[in-house]
Ligand binder design. Structure first.
Ligand SMILES: O[C@H]1[C@H](O)[C@@H](O)[C@H](O)[C@@H](O)[C@H]1O
Ligand SMILES: [Fe+2]
Ligand SMILES: [Fe+2]
Length: 306
């Protein structure tokens, strides 16, 4: 396995590559900072949706279905239905374990079970921000909404759970991955929805914007309605971490308000770990579990409604 080891500063400059065996691997092999690798586990640059990788076709198929199905109508129905949180009760950790069986079909960078990704993200954050325990926990739980794929949640299809998110009810920005497939979305030709502002106003705040339905908004609703004590930046990260058109391409900024702009700073910090910690490196779950259980205990009730 090839891992980047930092021999210089913490900005990722001047890295050297070294081959290490499975036993020696750690998420980050340096003096404490997380170093973003240049390539994903398939040897391609991250989020390259055109790279000829083994996942390219299936990822594109995924986005085609996603872009056709996410309409204002659909999003309204899902928010209403899943916002009831009347399906089951379980702890945060139980939910992490449920994610063990799922692989995210929208992701060109990772084909590991989701629990690996949660721990990789959280542990990477912990190295760089040791004192921000809320951010470690946010890393651990940010993708828990993918439990919507589970049979006890009506087995939602992948297109309604994973992938990048974007607003519905206004024009789909060209920076959205595989934008061309929106042409078949029924909202694409609706005059009330296909303008820059659509049904929204300048600076209305993201809280007033309907986002395509998936794991982000669902987990936000779960955390909020179960009265988490996570700071507002944590909730913002959970809710918008897949909104790459905004946090990477800077589209839709005209819908943000001051609070969104403040929270965006943390989302950008978070994104580095969410994206670049994706690797084949395994975290030893039993070793880190007590730490995360203590954080869950601090910020969440023992059982949550889902
Ligand atoms: O494929 C990925 C994956 O589903 C992530 O969980 C999501 O947050 C990303 O935005 C998406 O592109
Ligand atoms: Fe995600
Ligand atoms: Fe993630």
């Amino acid at each position: 396995m090839t891992i980047l080891i930092d021999h210089s500063d913490h900005n990722g400059n001047d890295n050297v590559e070294k081959n290490v065996t499975e036993e020696e691997t750690e998420l980050v092999l340096d003096d404490g900072g997380f170093v973003a690798p240049h390539t994903n586990s398939f040897g391609h640059t991250f989020r390259d949706y055109d790279a000829q990788s083994e996942r390219r076709r299936s990822v594109e198929e995924f986005y085609k279905t996603n872009h056709i199905g996410q309409t204002v109508d659909f999003v309204r129905r899902m928010r209403e239905e899943y916002g009831k949180l009347n399906r089951t009760e379980m702890s945060i950790w139980e939910c992490c374990e449920l994610l063990n069986e799922f692989i995210d079909e929208s992701d060109p960078d990772l084909d590991e079970p989701q629990i690996e990704h949660l721990l990789q993200t959280a542990e990477a954050i912990r190295k760089d921000y040791p004192d921000e325990d809320w951010l470690h926990l946010t890393g651990l739980i940010h993708d828990l909404g993918k439990v919507l794929l589970h049979s006890s949640f009506g087995e939602l299809p992948q297109w309604a759970v994973v992938g990048d998110t974007y607003p519905v009810g206004c024009a789909f920005d060209e920076s959205i991955v595989h934008h061309k497939y929106f042409k078949e979305n029924p909202d694409f030709n609706s005059p009330s929805y296909n303008t820059k502002y659509g049904i929204y106003n300048e600076g209305c705040g993201l809280d007033n914007v309907f986002m395509s339905w998936g794991h982000d908004d669902y987990m936000y609703l779960v955390a909020k309605k179960n009265k988490t004590t996570l700071p507002s930046a944590g909730l913002f990260i959970i809710r918008y971490h897949s909104f790459y058109a905004l946090h990477k391409s800077e589209a839709y900024k005209h819908l943000m308000n001051d609070e969104d702009r403040e929270n965006m700073k943390w989302l950008k910090v978070f994104n580095k770990f969410d994206l670049y910690s994706k690797s084949k490196v395994r975290i030893k779950v039993e070793e880190v579990k007590p730490y995360y259980l203590s954080l869950i205990n601090k910020y969440f009730p023992a059982k949550l409604k889902w």
